[in-house]
Design a binder for this molecule. Structure first.
Ligand SMILES: Cc1cc2nc3c(=O)[nH]c(=O)nc-3n(C[C@H](O)[C@H](O)[C@H](O)COP(=O)(O)OP(=O)(O)OC[C@H]3O[C@@H](n4cnc5c(N)ncnc54)[C@H](O)[C@@H]3O)c2cc1C
Length: 454
């Protein structure tokens, strides 16, 4: 039976994708968001500048954002025909491996058609598309320009019965709800609300990376990318910095330079270009030098990957759940956050399909593997970099040695390159890299030099 009202706190990707799923289970869904949200999507990237506007609440929108294959699958499932519609509107598209140049730990991966589609858009444009689709659904109401004050509970303090919200210059009001979803991102106040209600807050796991993204947009001749839609150079043991060029809708590209542990790209033009020149491969710098900048560089710091272990709690109020970055925020270099939020939304829908009184603890446990895998990929990858404070035990050293051989093999072996790509796109679990067919190729490889050694 359909319940009456769900309130989603936060109108970014996790909130929107969750709201889309909730419309199948609730008569009304209200999205509450601090920013004013434009609801249209004209299709033509030039038609409505608001579609590409970076919102205050989502400052990462200025920076490179990739959608993994797993995430594109979710978008297609929730909005059938989305990829076709976005491509028709001018979003650059290609193959996730055949048209994306990757350099991992100093090895440039072999490019081969994978059969997996990739779209390359700006974050605000994707969000505007999803927003327009969700806002058009029957039963959806949007409270833009509203701050979330807290949650409301019943007399027994066992069930969340609504949310307190406040319009700018308005008085606080209560939105009664059968389910309140916290999708407010890294700044979520859910742990504090839980403590105030007498519940144990979740433990926090953190991996400090002191990462910064520094980005500029450029008018780029797509021919410079030689058929690719994106180029990504990840940090390596030899160089804790990287860069990405991603074509976007509207005939431009975003260039993001990133470095960890304080090795941050400068904002001034000369410093920015010099930093790009010191990347292990020249292609990001080559694009910068041959293209016209459209704006000044902007910096965003990301101190640490953070995971709140809601899945380990024993008590949690009914009528309340936490999703997206509010539950787990991954080092953005791995491009996982939106895709994980999408898969979480699908799992939430699966549990709601079972009917009965929704139990958030079951949801947190159901999404544990959904989070475990990208968390392992991101924190494992970071911990392999010198200076990052991760596990250094014998097992980790062995895994890292194997992975390094695997990257070297993937530089010349299509099968291994594809297997690795399926894992990083969250389509296969990391264990797939240990399958005999892959392990044999990795263990018999003969020396491929890293780009640092060439
Ligand atoms: C630099 C950077 C690059 C990234 N690159 C990628 C990438 O390449 N690929 C990828 O998949 N992911 C990437 N991510 C992660 C991705 O942006 C998030 O995972 C994704 O946006 C889902 O987050 P969310 O919706 O849970 O939270 P957020 O995107 O943080 O949104 C939270 C929302 O809640 C609202 N809000 C917060 N507090 C309140 C309040 N008190 N009252 C009202 N509203 C409130 C905010 O305004 C905002 O709209 C990147 C992140 C960063 C920082």
């Amino acid at each position: 039976m359909r319940q009456r009202h769900a309130v989603v706190l936060g109108g970014s990707m996790a909130g929107l994708l969750t709201a889309r799923v909730l419309t199948g289970h609730f008569e009304r869904v209200t999205i509450v968001e601090r920013d004013e949200l434009a609801g249209g999507w004209a299709g033509d990237p030039g038609a409505d500048p608001r579609e590409r506007e970076v919102r205050r609440g989502v400052p990462q929108g200025r920076h490179a954002h990739g959608l993994l294959a797993a995430g594109l699958h979710v978008i297609e499932e929730l909005f059938p025909g989305a990829a076709e519609e976005l491509v028709a509107a001018g979003v650059p598209a290609g193959d996730v491996l055949g048209n994306v140049r990757f350099c991992v730990n100093g090895y440039r991966l072999k490019q081969v058609p994978s059969g997996m589609a990739a779209l390359s858009f700006s974050r605000p444009y994707l969000e505007a598309y999803v927003r327009a689709k969700v806002f058009a659904l029957p039963g959806v109401t949007v409270r833009g320009g509203h701050d979330i004050v807290g949650v409301v509970v019943d007399a027994a303090r066992a069930r969340v019965t609504g949310a307190r919200v406040q319009a700018r210059d308005g008085a606080p009001e209560t939105l009664a709800a059968d389910l309140v979803v916290d999708a407010t991102g890294r700044g979520s106040r859910a742990p504090r609300w839980l403590a105030e209600l007498g519940f144990a807050p979740p433990q926090e796991e953190r991996l400090h990376v002191d990462l910064a993204y520094v980005s500029r947009h450029y008018e780029v001749d797509p021919a410079l990318l030689e058929g690719d839609i994106a180029m990504i150079i990840g940090p390596s043991a030899a160089a804790p910095r990287g860069g990405a060029v991603m074509l976007q809708e509207g005939g431009r590209a975003v260039v993001t330079l990133f470095g960890i542990l304080g090795d941050h790209a400068p904002l001034d033009d000369a410093g920015y270009r010099a930093y790009a020149k010191r990347l292990p491969l020249p292609y990001v710098s080559d694009i910068i030098e041959a293209s016209t900048p459209l704006d000044d560089a902007v910096k965003l710091r990301y101190p640490a990957s953070t995971r709140l272990r809601y899945d380990r709690l024993r008590r949690f109020p009914k009528g309340f759940v936490v999703v997206g970055d509010a539950m787990c925020s991954f080092n953005p270099m791995y491009g996982q956050g939106m895709s994980v939020a999408g898969v979480e939304a699908l799992r939430l829908g699966d549990l709601l399909c079972e009917g009965g009184d929704f139990d958030a603890l079951r949801f947190f446990r159901a999404v544990r593997p959904v989070i475990d895998i990208p968390w392992q990929i991101a924190t494992g990858g970071d911990a392999a970099l010198p200076g990052v404070d991760g596990p250094r035990d014998a097992r980790t050293r062995m895994v890292n040695r194997y992975l390094n051989r695997l990257y070297a093999t993937a530089a010349r072996d299509e099968v291994v390159s594809l297997a690795f790509n399926r894992v990083t796109n969250l389509l296969d679990p990391p264990a797939a890299l240990l399958r005999p067919a892959i392990a044999m190729r990795v263990l018999v490889r003969r020396g491929t030099k890293t780009v640092h050694e060439l």
